[in-house]
Design a protein around this ligand. Structure first.
Ligand code: WTA
Length: 655
């Protein structure tokens, strides 16, 4: 339904869906939000008691005495694997917990009872054979196979802290993350499939361990029968061989609410990736609540999130959230466009999927390469469509809404981050009237506000500001592993209210005339490539490893499919290198591939004689961003050390 008087069209929730939804209308939404505003601790305490299964009840809801090191649900004890498995066994033991579909179409269904045994065996293996203890760090470098979920839950069961490294990261990046976390064990698989072709993972672990990562004592390998896998005696062990003799029963280790559950490395605007730490109770509470509210998954539903477990979306919305609420979650190893752009829709038809959750970059690819594919399949089971990872553009939104959702499904444009643990701004599918490409309103319990960075005051309609969350919430980041100062500085240093730092996301946003929030993207030096976060500092550090690179500045440039692509300005050492530029581009990208992985490759590398710098030597990235976008330069360049460099760079970029 469209209301032409609005500046953006507005679509009301599907009535039949809303009737059955957990939050049925805006009155219910407003009541919840008002409850949270008036009695914040009462609100969260209520849901923590209602949703979680505690082995020892908590005595305090929120401790703000050491802000911003907030503590939730102190005194309480629970185990996250119990939330995700054990407590469902009475009523759901034969329900599918995980449905796996491999790249080549192979399938596997794992019931809650099977999940229980598999996770317990895995946990016993970690404990008995590898001496993994509570608090130890375990790095998981795995493809999208059920064993990745077992490994996460097995760590949770014995109180070990997992740190998943996305399988697309290079040996060097893996090594850095292992070293930062000082992990003692790496869990990997021999290989995986992508577009029916094998790609190997174990050899990347071998390489990482050959150049560093001395804390690692053992490597546990899930074997999928790939050939040519080398084994290091006394270090590498086969999961398949060892797991069979383990007991299928493993007592869960009681975890205090604030004991860590996992680390996940993510890019910031400066320096190396940060080990974002999430703790047990608050994280799992919000993972479950947002699954229930935002996707409104019902008992017999099948839910599919296409992310990879290597990112936060895979953690919260493939594994922890769906399993905590007792849902059926799909794990998909493949890529959405293989063997053709009908693959996801074929899967929706086959599994009768009810909620589908993906990223704008995937939607754009599916739209571009298979505009009419959805019409070839029966997609009538779909009720809720989700998007995450970057701002979605209106044409992609429209196609998703109409061609995929048949104009009857709510689109939940979920805004959140690795650091927020779960969604923070999103429509509720049965309640919130939606607008294209708009994340709409903060979820109940989240005090999300767009603030003026100078005054800390809320901005008015139509004005731009910084997306902030002004009160702590249960699933928020608890720290950066090993670097408390960086934690305070990175998140609570930019925006202040009454002299006190509030959580700043790094994103810009604005309110429309209805108070709806539109996220406009990062305002810091983080680039969002295909929904993956990449810090300019990391890419620059990688480029500098090339012996001929003297100086480099990296910026984001808008890209039709990826949202943003990486654009590097490079000053080479030595004099005339003009003739070798094509070769140099290849070489520099090779270095990036080695240092970070393919996800950080530069689409554009331009060689320039110098960079625009202030007299104090600061690179003016805003100018470089404008040039990359082909925009006119509006900044004052007279204060630059060498103002003429701007015209030279512009000329070079325009070719
Ligand atoms: C961006 C992914 C606009 C944002 C869950 C954020 C979004 C970063 C949206 C976090 C959205 C995520 N609309 N932008 N719906 N969702 N973002 O940590 O810039 O990988 O700061 O977490 O993605 O990326 P991260």
């Amino acid at each position: 339904m469209t209301t032409p008087a609005q500046s953006k069209p507005i679509f009301q929730p599907n009535r039949a869906f809303a009737k059955e939804a957990r939050i049925k209308n805006m009155c219910e939404y407003n009541d919840l939000q008002q409850w949270a505003h008036e009695d914040y601790e009462g609100f969260w305490g209520h849901f923590a008691r209602e949703k979680l299964t505690w082995s020892k009840p908590f005595t305090k809801v929120l401790d703000e005495s050491k802000a911003p090191f907030y503590r939730w649900f102190d005194g309480g004890e629970l185990n996250v694997s119990v939330q995700c498995i054990d407590r469902h066994l009475d009523s759901r033991k034969n329900k599918a917990a995980i449905i796996f579909e491999g790249d080549r179409g192979d399938k596997q269904i794992i019931t809650y009872l099977e999940l229980y045994y598999n996770v317990n065996r895995f946990a016993n293996l970690l404990k008995n054979e590898f001496n993994v203890q509570k608090g130890d760090r375990v790095v998981i470098y795995m493809p999208m196979i059920p064993e990745a979920a077992y490994a996460m839950l097995a760590c949770a069961r014995i109180g070990a802290i997992h740190s998943i490294v996305f399988g697309g990261f290079s040996a060097e990046a893996l090594k850095d993350r292992i070293e930062d976390a000082q992990a003692k064990l790496v869990i990997t698989a021999d290989g995986a499939y992508r577009k029916s072709k094998p790609y190997m993972l174990k050899n990347v672990v071998d390489e990482a361990l050959s150049v560093g990562a001395a804390s690692v004592q053992k490597v546990l390998v899930v074997q999928r029968n790939f050939e040519d896998v080398t084994w290091v005696g006394g270090r590498d062990y086969s999961y398949n061989e060892l797991v069979v003799s383990q007991s299928p029963v493993c007592e869960p280790t009681p975890m205090q609410s604030e004991e860590p559950l996992f680390l996940l490395y993510t890019s910031g605007s400066t320096g190396k990736p940060k080990g974002v730490q999430h703790n047990s109770a608050g994280y799992i509470l919000w993972a479950q609540m947002t699954m229930e509210w935002v996707f409104d998954v019902k008992e017999n539903d099948t839910y599919w999130c296409t992310a990879d477990v290597g990112w936060i979306t895979g953690h919260t919305y493939i594994v922890y959230g769906p399993l905590a609420m007792g849902a059926t979650t799909i794990m998909f190893e493949g890529v959405p466009t293989y063997p053709d752009a009908g693959r996801p829709w074929k899967m929706v038809e086959e599994y009768k999927i009810n909620q589908f959750y993906t990223a704008p970059t995937a939607i754009r690819v599916l739209h571009k390469t298979g505009e009419n594919e959805p019409a070839k399949y029966d997609l009538s089971s779909l009720k809720v469509l989700g998007t995450v990872g970057e701002p979605i553009d209106p044409p992609a939104w429209k196609w998703y809404y109409e061609a995929v959702g048949g104009s009857k499904c709510a689109i939940v444009d979920t805004y959140w981050q690795t650091e927020t643990g779960g969604h923070v701004v999103s429509p509720l599918p049965g309640a919130t009237p939606i607008k294209p490409a708009c994340a709409t309103l903060p979820l109940p319990g989240i005090i999300g506000e767009i603030l003026d960075p100078m005054t800390g005051e809320k901005v008015g309609a139509g004005e731009s500001g910084y997306m902030c969350i002004t009160r702590p919430w249960p699933s928020m980041i608890r720290g950066i592993w090993g670097d408390p100062e960086r934690f305070v500085k990175s998140y609570f240093g930019d925006v202040k209210q009454n002299g006190k730092g509030v959580y700043f996301t790094g994103d810009g946003a604005n309110y429309d005339e209805d108070g709806y929030i539109t996220i406009t993207g990062r305002v810091d030096d983080v680039i969002n490539v295909s929904g993956h976060r990449m810090g300019t500092a990391e890419v620059e550090a990688a480029c500098k490893k090339h012996p001929n690179v003297a100086e480099v500045a990296v910026v984001g440039r808008p890209h039709d499919i990826k949202g943003e692509s990486i654009f590097a300005y490079i000053v080479l050492k030595g004099e005339d290198t003009m003739g070798e530029e094509v070769e140099m581009v290849k070489e520099i990208n090779k270095v990036i591939q080695k240092e970070i992985g393919n996800i950080a490759l530069c689409d554009d590398i331009v060689f320039v004689p110098g960079l625009p710098k202030t007299r104090s030597g600061k690179i003016m990235r805003r100018i470089l961003r404008s040039i990359a976008k082909g925009e006119a330069i509006t900044q004052d360049i007279s204060t630059l050390e060498d103002p003429s460099i701007v015209a030279t760079i512009e000329k070079k970029v325009k070719g």
